[in-house]
Design a protein around this ligand. Structure first.
Ligand code: GDP
Length: 297
């Protein structure tokens, strides 16, 4: 199975899925940024930390019990990093960037970082090229990280686009896996800022038409469980609801899993169960439910 992932909802699921199945993960890299000389891949880091069982489960980013001494010291010295970077987390960014500086690709760097953390599953970036999520707001254009971290998601959103996506290529290692795997799961991630970039790399959307595809809705009722998915979906002209999520994926989706509180929506293509993952046990149960669906399609 291939799982498409962003950096919060799907990593929660991966922690459960890894207890019952082997899989490959293709991760969004359109939120990546260079800070203080190092490349930060927020979604790849969260996937690796979740699989290595070291993720900070309060925030769902960074490493648990991390300290921020370097970040705070830099601030005292007069340099304010736009993102709060933990000391342990920074070690990951340094390792990745040193591998890249030696001329290796992001695919190779990601593989080495994942192995270094003892992760057994194969984790891939959606591409090796740099892609940036740009949010067009009432205050002008800004990078996703500026919108979400610095401006706390406050500005009105008019559009979202992915700079550099036309030059991005599906890495050969990812193509090989896509050829072999028939089942694709889209975790409960932001359909616009986390999953659309992955679908936008070359002919990924077309490829999915020939696969069995199941997605889990990150929208429950009329709201996302967390994050800016609502604002982004509205800006792209989609209703903020599980049906709106279905619409984003409708050209290739076989089944959408919605939360049990949305069970009125169930049909031959929409199944309901508890999708809120407050614990690893919740994630295991949701993973088992998804596997049963794949058996039926
Ligand atoms: P990002 O890269 O940090 O934006 O993370 P993702 O795109 O992977 O995840 C964000 C999405 O996950 C949001 O739209 C949330 O609504 C959704 N999400 C987070 N936790 C849960 C959960 O426990 N259940 C469900 N169904 N969705 C969740």
């Amino acid at each position: 199975m291939i799982i498409l992932s962003g950096g919060t909802g799907t990593p929660k699921l991966l922690r459960g899925m890894k207890e019952i199945l082997d899989f490959f993960v293709i991760v969004n890299t359109a939120e990546d940024v260079w800070i203080s000389g190092n490349k930060i891949c927020p979604d790849i880091d969260s996937v690796i930390y979740a699989l290595a069982e070291i993720i900070d489960e309060e925030k769902w980013w960074g490493i648990k019990d991390d300290t921020f001494k370097t970040h705070e010291t830099l601030k005292k010295l007069g340099f304010n990093e736009n993102m709060r970077i933990g000391d342990l987390d920074r070690a990951t960014h340094i390792l990745r960037s040193e591998i890249l500086r030696k001329g290796q690709s992001l695919v190779e760097a990601t593989k080495k970082v994942a192995r270094a953390y003892g992760v057994k599953q194969e984790v891939f970036p959606m591409c090796n090229e740099e892609v940036a999520t740009i949010v067009l707001t009432d205050e002008g254009e800004m990078h996703f990280q500026e919108f979400w971290v610095k401006r706390k998601g406050m500005p009105e959103v008019r559009d979202v686009y992915f700079k550099g996506i036309n030059r991005a290529k599906i890495p050969p290692e990812v193509r090989n896996i896509i050829k072999k795997e028939d089942e694709v799961l889209i975790g409960p991630s932001n359909p616009i800022s986390s999953i659309s970039p992955i679908l936008g790399v070359e002919n990924m959307r077309e490829i999915l038409k020939n696969k069995k595809v199941v997605a889990i809705s990150p929208i429950i009722g009329k709201n996302p469980f967390s994050g800016p998915a609502g604002k982004f979906m509205r800006a792209k002209g989609f209703e903020v609801s599980p049906l709106g999520v279905f619409k984003v994926y409708e050209d290739f989706l076989d089944v959408l899993v919605v939360d049990e509180t949305d069970s009125t929506l169930t049909s031959d293509k929409i199944f309901a169960t508890n999708t809120i993952m407050r614990s690893k046990d919740d994630a295991v149960k949701l993973s088992e439910f998804v596997l049963k669906i794949f058996d039926r399609i």
